[in-house]
Structures are given as structure tokens and as C-alpha cells.
Design a protein around this ligand. Structure first.
Ligand SMILES: [Zn+2]
Length: 287
């Protein structure tokens, strides 16, 4: 699933495309998108005649501002699900299979969302409503905001009895992290992925905050991680998969100490860790 760096790559691609002409056509396939069906109606019709503004991002969501035909502030939220791709095409180019949205602009171009597995979501509406209701309204803080700190992470996750890797995936606690970057950050911070979040000491939270910023920045610089589906707006794969330290590398040598990395599965998602650098503390929780 695209995580923060992949969605940021898509955002930057949309910014570079400079879509500025008003929306003049709208086509939506008959298929529902799985994440989006839990939100309020897609409400895409409100974008007809609207003029695109800044393309932003919150967590794993593209959040694009528009100015309605009546000048009202509007927005479009896009979630790429597992396999969603945003591209910009000339309107006369044939639509590929699994296209679910074609938003046409008056300059003859279209924003197209192609999503074979249909896990994503779309929602448009008044800007204020989008910012204060699901999915955007319930997101936790942005990990790349300057005020991310060990203290903030501990305040949001430190009471959880869940394994820290699983707790980090909670978008309401902290936005944007998925399995890949959580597993990588825990390696950099030297924290066992299956330790209960509430057992972490303050120093571990501090290391984790630094590690999260590090892995996300590296992912963005590398244009995202492509294990299978991810492509940016112009169809390129990311490069970060070559720089992953432990994710997907169970059995290989730890890049830090040479010990064989070990795989684990938790919450249905697999990861890897170094049994030496990320040792599980032996002491029991003191209450
Ligand atoms: Zn190691």
C-alpha cells in the first residue's frame, strides 16, 4: 500500500503537471472503491466548473484544493488503496482498463485514477467539511511536521498494549506510516517490533521519532518504494526498495552487525528485524 513517501511522490507529480484550467468533464466508473465506501458520498459532481488550486497531502491521502464555480473553497481527497495510480493524460488518449476516475480540465488534459484492486477512495466537497470529517478529520499528526518528537509519540501511543509495529500503523495516532516504513524505523531505532508500546522508555521514543523522520525523508528522496504496484504520476517506479535495510530481507545479513535478520508476522503483516540490534527486553513489565 502506498505510504507517506509514495503519496508525496504522487503529490509532487501532480504539482509538476500544473493542472490549472477549470474542470469541464467528469467521468466515474460504476465500481465502488473499498476504503472510500466507508466515507460520506463521493460528491464528485461539485467539482464541475471548479478551478484547481494547491495539491496537498495528509498522511497517505492526496488533498487537493479547488475553487468552486461560485468561488466556494472545495477539495478532492484521493486514497490510492493498494494499487491505485494517478496519471495525467490527454483527454483523447484511450482509457486503460481499471480506470475509475477521469477528471477533465479545460486545457484538454485529464486526471485519471487507475486502480485494479479498487481498495482506494475518493471524496470531494466543501473544504471545511473535508478537513473535519473522516477520513482527513480523524488523522493523527504529520510525522514530518517540525513538532514531531519522542514526547509526542509517547503521548499518542505510549498507553497502547499493542506491539509497537502495529501501534505505529494506527493513522489516528500518527498519520502516514505503513508497514514498510514502520519496520524500517524500528530497525534504525533499535526497537524490537513486537514489544508492547507501553513498555518503551522515553529514550526509545526519542530514537523512534528521529528514525521515522529519517526513513520517510529517505523514501521521499528515492521517489517512494515500489515492491509491486507503485508508480508515480508519470509511470516511473520508486527507488527506495533498493535502500530498505530490513523489510523483506529476513534471512539476509543485518546491514549493521551481520547477524541473520529474522522475519515475523503480526496483525497479518510480515516484517523483519535484527535479533541482536533489536533485542526484546527480558525484564517483565513493572506495574
Ligand atoms: Zn544487527
Amino acid at each position: 500500500m502506498p505510504e507517506l513517501p509514495e503519496v508525496e511522490s504522487v503529490r509532487r507529480g501532480l504539482v509538476a503537471a500544473k493542472l490549472q484550467a477549470p474542470v469541464c468533464s467528469l467521468w466515474r466508473s460504476a465500481f465502488k472503491l473499498r476504503i472510500g465506501k466507508h466515507w460520506e458520498s463521493e460528491n464528485l459532481e461539485c467539482l464541475r466548473g471548479a478551478t484547481p488550486g494547491a495539491v496537498g497531502r495528509r498522511g497517505k491521502y492526496i488533498v487537493w484544493s479547488f475553487r468552486g464555480a461560485d468561488d466556494a473553497p472545495l477539495g478532492l481527497v484521493i486514497h490510492l488503496g493498494m494499487s491505485g495510480r494517478c496519471g495525467v493524460a490527454i483527454a483523447s488518449q484511450p482509457r486503460v482498463l481499471h480506470t475509475h476516475l477521469a477528471l477533465g480540465f479545460a486545457d484538454g488534459r485529464e486526471l485519471r485514477l487507475v486502480d485494479p484492486r479498487r481498495f482506494g477512495g475518493l471524496r470531494a466537497g466543501p473544504w471545511e467539511t473535508l478537513m473535519t470529517s473522516p477520513p482527513i478529520g480523524e488523522l493523527g499528526p504529520e510525522p514530518l511536521d517540525p513538532d514531531l518528537s519522542g514526547e509526542l509519540l509517547q503521548a499518542r501511543l505510549g498507553a497502547s498494549a499493542r506491539p509497537i509495529r502495529d501501534a505505529l500503523l494506527d493513522q489516528e495516532a500518527i498519520a502516514g506510516l505503513g508497514n514498510i516504513y514502520a519496520v524500517e524505523a524500528l530497525f534504525l531505532a533499535g526497537i524490537h517490533p513486537q514489544i508492547e508500546a507501553r513498555r518503551l522508555h522515553r529514550s526509545a521514543w526519542d530514537r523512534l521519532a528521529v528514525a521515522i523522520v529519517g526513513v520517510l525523508r529517505q523514501g521521499i528522496e528515492n521517489g517512494g518504494t515500489t515492491l509491486k504496484d507503485f508508480r508515480n504520476v508519470i509511470g516511473e517506479v520508486g527507488r527506495n526498495q533498493d535502500d530498505l535495510r530490513v523489510y523483506g530481507r529476513a534471512g539476509e545479513a543485518c546491514p549493521r552487525c551481520g547477524e541473520a535478520l529474522r522475519g515475523f508476522v503480526s496483525g497479518g503483516r510480515s516484517g523483519a528485524f535484527c535479533p541482536r540490534d533489536q533485542a526484546r527486553p527480558r525484564t517483565r513489565l513493572l506495574r
